[in-house]
Design a protein around this ligand. Structure first.
Ligand code: NZQ
Ligand code: ZN
Length: 391
């Protein structure tokens, strides 16, 4: 296992009606004036936004509102948020929504106390300072409620890139599984896929002797395999929603990724798809992961075979471990299809003729030098081959 420092100071408040504690938590973590960010309308329709506003009012915390965050959130709204914070003396950013709202809140929080362009953080500069951020999560998916990461798309050229830094880890995150019961089945399934991707990206490691994190990841993947179909069949199943919501947080706050190298090639390859086609991140991952895994499988067949046996219940073929590895990847693919995810470019709305542009943005956008690295290093030709496997 590699050396590591793990800093995860987020206060998690989990369970029914916990959104009513938002005002008290903003106060507890030093907020005297908040910016409440929200998305395209689900938090308004469900009454959640009103409950959060009432909670802040009850605690005497004044607030400004900024709605309209769209999935695959854009930089133009981040600039508006930064402007609002500076004009109104805001000292706390509260996200009410999913990963897109939370990531916008993190970008605003970092940009509001930075003299330069906030986009610098999305070109490799680490976030060292930010206004405190809190979240009220409405979808189990991106894991941003416990992560030090934010992913934003630059409006001008639709370049989608990530920023990172412990300063943007939320001070608190409110997780009420009941809030996710209003999700359309497609979004629920896209969230499940993203959670599983966060686990696989960590499972694909080149570090030896990482039994504890291997086993944690396997347990979380098994949880998703058990709870995913239950919640798709019965969207009001609170207990299944609760298990998925906490698994989603654990999958991405890095408690199961410490001390080991990680992959993230599937995410990098997918981000170009959701940037170009504005598809759901999880849906893009459903198409991307089986192709990437099949392409890189030979790099460490036994790692894929281990997942096949321990997670998917495949029989180990000792004569041909690659057959076991392939069976595990196929089981993942079939599982994602069974919960309603797309299986190829056509179902995602992607086009073969765009592959050169996708590869160009992937391998050169944002200062990259012709390749992406992770479990294996992939050059332009590899990335083109992988996109072609998705057709
Ligand atoms: O905007 P509203 O009306 O709220 O609708 C949203 C949106 O259309 C809807 N939704 C959310 N909660 C709902 C709901 N609809 C009904 N009831 C509810 N309770 O769901 C749609 C998707 O929301 P979004 O926030 O985009 O989803 P998600 O949490 O999957 O976030 C995706 C974004 O996170 C990034 C992705 O790239 C993508 O941009 N990621 C962020 C990460 C991080 N910060 O650590 C890591 C991830 O790997 C990921 O890259
Ligand atoms: Zn993701």
């Amino acid at each position: 296992m590699n050396n590591f420092t793990f800093y995860s100071p987020t206060c998690f408040v989990f369970g029914k009606d916990t959104e009513n504690q938002a005002g008290g938590l903003v106060r507890r973590f030093g907020g005297t004036k908040a910016l409440i960010l929200y998305g395209g309308g689900s938090a308004l329709r469900s009454g959640l936004l009103d409950r959060v506003k009432a909670s802040l009012a009850q605690e005497g915390v004044p607030y400004a509102l900024l709605g309209g965050v769209q999935p695959n959130p854009r930089s133009d709204l981040v600039y508006r948020g930064i402007g609002l914070c500076r004009e109104q003396g805001i000292d706390f950013v509260l996200a009410v929504g999913g990963g897109s709202v939370i990531d916008t809140a993190k970008a605003v929080a970092a940009g509001a106390v930075y003299d330069g362009d906030f986009w610098d953080f999305y070109c490799g500069k680490r976030v060292e300072k930010a206004l405190p951020v809190g979240t009220v999560l409405t979808i189990a998916a991106a894991g941003s409620e416990g992560s030090p990461d934010s992913v934003i798309t630059r409006t001008e050229d639709m370049l989608k890139r990530g920023a990172s830094g412990d300063a943007i880890r939320p001070r608190f995150s409110i997780l009420n599984p009941a809030l996710t019961q209003t999700l359309p089945p497609f979004q629920t399934a896209a969230g499940i896929t993203d959670i599983m991707a966060h686990l696989y990206e960590r499972y694909l490691t080149n570090t030896k002797e990482v039994e504890v994190t291997d086993r944690l990841i396997e347990a979380l993947l098994l949880t998703m395999i058990h709870e995913g179909p239950r919640v798709i069949a019965d969207p009001d199943n609170y207990d299944a929603r609760a298990n998925i919501m906490w698994a989603g947080m654990m999958a991405h706050n890095n408690s199961c990724g410490v001390g080991r190298s990680q992959d993230w090639n599937s995410h990098n390859i997918e981000h170009e798809l959701s940037a170009l086609y504005d598809c759901a991140h999880g849906a893009g991952l459903a198409v991307t992961m089986p192709a990437v895994f099949t392409y890189v499988m030979e790099h460490n067949v036994m790692r894929f075979a281990q997942a096949a046996v321990r997670v998917w219940g495949c029989q180990m073929d000792f004569e041909r471990p690659e057959a076991t590895a392939r069976a595990g990847i196929e089981a993942l693919r079939q599982f994602l299809i069974s919960i309603g995810m797309p299986k190829n470019f056509a179902e995602l709305g992607a086009k073969e003729e765009d592959i050169p542009a996708l590869v160009q943005a992937l391998c050169y956008g944002g200062g990259r030098q012709g390749s992406i690295s992770g479990f294996v290093t992939l050059n332009e030709e590899d990335c083109a081959n992988i996109y072609r496997m998705m057709i």
